[in-house]
Design a protein around this ligand. Sequence first.
Ligand SMILES: *Cc1c(COP(=O)(O)O)cnc(C)c1O
Length: 398
Amino acid sequence: MNSHVFDLIAQEEARQRENVELIASENFVSENVLRAVGSVLTNKYAEGYPAEHASGNRGRYYGGCGVVDELEEYCCQKWQEAFSTDYHVNVQPHSGSSANLAAYMSVLKPGDTVLAMDLSNGGHLTHGSSVNFSGRLFNFVFYNVDENGFIDYADLEAKAESLKPALILAGASAYSRVIDFERFGAVAKKVGAYFMVDMAHIAGLIAGGVHPSPFGVADLITTTTHKTLRGTRGGLIFCRPELAKKVDSAVFPCCQGGPLMHVIAGKAVTAEEACSPEFRDYAAQVIKNTKAMCDAFIRLGYEIVTGGTDNHLFLVNLTRTHPTLSGRDVQEELDRHHITVNKNCVPGETRKPQLTSGVRIGCAAMTTKGWKEADAVACAERIDRIVTALAAKKANEA
Ligand SMILES: *Cc1c(COP(=O)(O)O)cnc(C)c1O
């Protein structure tokens, strides 16, 4: 049977093949991940947890779960192996946002205070935005970044002491520097708060050994599996073993119904890949490519938030170098040249979120496609020519 859907999938496949993909949260999965996610496991209901599950939350609400029980246990083991940890893991969250909702519900009551990074400084919607469940259910307060865009650890400590949050959250969607988990953990300990890390963006770098690990420091760790981890779209929650029962009950039955067993199969394949030596090479190359591209932009006269990068992304601040161009202008012009980026707020942002004064650039996806440092530098030079021409065009029109 002919379906319009498959025409559209073919079009999207061509777009992904032909474009330069620089969105920091995207990547390309393997054929094996696609096969697992496209499998008959999508037919199976499996509310509950495997018969022998470690947290003590055991048993499914449906028959015929023998195979999926084995699959889910295998998936959990592989994720523990990928991060060399004995933390408990829940592999059922449908996404990073669902993982965060369940992680909050496991240890917080509605109205509790949480200290986190604001969306406009690089945090995520689920870190207390007023339009998100997080900002509506909990009392989020925010630590600042300094005028160069670095996390202000002194502000974090002062706010933790004066506001006595129940939970302190580290992690971001647009932060290009190493996050000092030990320092966060020490502050949380001092004020008696739970410490949670949302490693959605950098999880692949942590598994690949090129960013410090939050395991052993944080009480709760959430992630997506589709950003630098390069797997199927989904979420995970890790926790200290003593929180296992609370976390499992928060995922099901508190926040979700039946798990997506085809996605859990995709997560298991993702974990197998993250355990491989090739994955460590990929993670190391992501860092090299991102640094090379960021350095090229600096040589070309661009201003980079924090002056550089330690991870898979960086933020170009156009405010001083290209005052007539918004982040949206640059995003749209690059789209016309088949280069995909996203507009992004910069510290001290003066434009609306629909416009912004910056763009976020990430190199994980193009590293998967085989980029080396020279490719990243050549792309920075190409983007510079496009941006320079756009600024000249604007000046002529004015
Ligand atoms: C992407 C992201 C999420 C949410 O992931 P979704 O799967 O899109 O719900 C949560 N936290 C951070 C820090 C993220 O970057």
